[in-house]
Design a protein around this ligand. Sequence first.
Ligand code: SF4
Length: 205
Amino acid sequence: MLSDCTLRIAQMVPCTEAEGPGRRFALWFQGCPLRCPGCCNPEMLPFTGGTEMALREVVAQIEAATYEQNIEGITLLGGEPLAHAAGAAALARAVQERGLTVMVFSGYTLEEARQLPDPDIAELLARTDILVDGPYLREQPETRRRWIGSANQRIHFLSDRYRADDPRWLLPNTLEIRLHGLELTINGFPARSAVGLWKRSLGKR
Ligand code: SF4
């Protein structure tokens, strides 16, 4: 049974190949307590703004993406997913029950995350298959590993559903550009400049 919690969401992309292995439903939370110099998503730092959505509505969109786009999992980014742990854990639980995988990008290291006294964070970590951890450091841009923003960030395989020798990790980084009506979104990481997610409503500058 789904929790009746809500999620504060900056952006969702129902099917992307630029945010982790395979086709994935990506969700960026609105709000982050960290302040990485050169943050790649500064518009997602405030805990106000974004869109508040019921968990069941998000899960319905994930179910539709699974049916229509054959996604294999979700990727949670931000903002900071661990700062939205109750909703993120409930979402991870719901998608795991549907056979999907969970990847999380966090500005906290795994060690820091395990020290945080929040049972929802512990549950989110327990339900995470891949954790990319550590702050984004603009002076250490990643040039080799796909999907990773800066060289300090580590990839933790927290379950046996993915492996480090998966050949998909060796492909070049990916950038995706979408135009929906008057809104242009860019996600993924180009080779030379780090872009987490960029969104611009055309005609509203
Ligand atoms: S964790 Fe992400 S959203 Fe938060 S300050 Fe760092 S780069 Fe920005």
